[in-house]
Design a protein around this ligand. Structure first.
Ligand code: SF4
Length: 351
């Protein structure tokens, strides 16, 4: 069976003029459409009043826009706005904005479900349903901008692991950072991954100035393999050395994401072991107290224990931030961020 032609949003906005010519329009119509979609946040082809009517009909047939529909929207007391989007095949995907120091931070998903199956994360419970296309990732940012306001930062930390859907994720970032796209500075984009084989080398070769958030969660391989089953074939030593090589290639320090789980990975010995691994590396550690999920069998450590872990780690010479409150812009590991933005009470987005 022939593969379906890519949707317009799966193409880089700089190639839209060519596609518009193929559709019977003019090259400048492609640039105008990019302006409508990324700057003016038009909700549909019909709204793009300066495109010829016949062209809009052709676009609706070949590149239905939007592809996803807004199934639910919720707003938390701290200003976080979460959207649940339905895709044409029935898959659903979540995306969130949170207010922060640089305006709104958008947290985007890269997969439906997740193949990594972290023991503490509800997103990975059912495994991977499917990858999202680059356009489906981009469309989340468009929905968030329409529903919440202008996006200042992007974190690729929603459902899924960016490293396991890397080409689509990189293509989405390329569209979002381009002047013809959403025009967000690459330095304001963070990409989170557990670092599957080949992923960090590919990001280094790609070379954009985005920040890597490496999900580590344990100071040794045995515990990491237990908590993050998707990395069982990888060692921390090789993954961290690839992150170091990425720093050498881009000059961008990376962050190490570490979800604190009481009695599992939060002892002083584990803090010292983590410090031993990281103290000579160009990274910063984000400690994220686990956000409780019913039935997952973990506990969030008490605040004193969180602080003791952070202090012990700092004493080894590592730069550390201990996240404090729910829903803040960088208060996140992949999968955790979405859950943190939920309003109190039943989650209207998961029913
Ligand atoms: S924490 Fe991230 S990588 Fe792990 S299962 Fe959840 S979404 Fe996947």
């Amino acid at each position: 069976m022939a593969e379906a032609a890519p949707h317009l949003l799966d193409l880089h906005p700089r190639s839209w003029p060519e596609e518009f010519v193929r559709l019977g329009g003019k090259a400048f119509h492609g640039r105008s459409a990019a302006n409508w979609i990324f700057r003016r946040l038009a909700p549909s082809w019909e709204a793009m009043s300066d495109l010829p009517a016949a062209l809009r009909v052709r676009l609706s047939e070949e590149h239905p826009f939007p592809r996803s529909s807004l199934r639910a929207r919720s707003e938390a007391g701290d200003g976080a706005v979460k959207v649940l989007l339905s895709l044409p095949d029935g898959a659903t995907v979540e995306a969130v904005t949170m207010p922060g120091t640089s305006g709104l931070t958008a947290c985007l998903s890269t997969q439906v479900g997740c193949p990594v199956r972290c023991a503490f994360c509800a997103s990975g419970l059912e495994g991977l349903e499917r990858n999202l296309s680059s356009g489906e990732i981009v469309e989340q940012a468009l929905w968030l901008a329409r529903e919440a306001g202008a996006i200042g930062r992007i974190v690729i930390m929603g459902m899924g692991d960016a490293g396991h859907n890397l080409e689509a994720t990189l293509a989405a970032i390329d569209a979002l950072i381009d002047e013809e796209g959403m025009n967000i500075a690459a330095r304001r984009v963070t990409l989170s991954t557990v670092g599957p084989k080949g992923a960090l080398e590919r990001i280094a070769q790609w070379g954009r100035q985005v920040t890597l958030a490496l999900s580590v969660h344990a100071p040794d391989d045995a515990l990491r393999h237990e908590l993050v089953p998707g990395v069982r074939k990888r060692t921390l030593a090789e993954t961290l050395s690839e992150a170091d090589a990425l720093f050498s290639a881009t000059g961008r320090e990376y962050t190490v994401e570490y979800v604190l789980l009481e009695g599992v990975n939060d002892s002083p010995e584990q803090a010292r072991a983590l410090g031993g691994l990281l103290r000579r590396r160009r990274c910063h550690v984000n400690l994220i107290p686990w956000n409780p999920v019913d039935g997952m069998g973990f506990q969030r450590p008490p605040r004193e224990r969180q602080e003791a872990f952070a202090e012990t780690l700092r004493d080894t010479g590592v730069s550390v931030t201990l996240r404090r409150s729910l829903g803040r812009e960088t208060d996140a590991a992949c999968g955790q961020l979405r859950r943190r933005s939920l309003p109190a009470g039943p989650d209207p987005l998961t029913v």
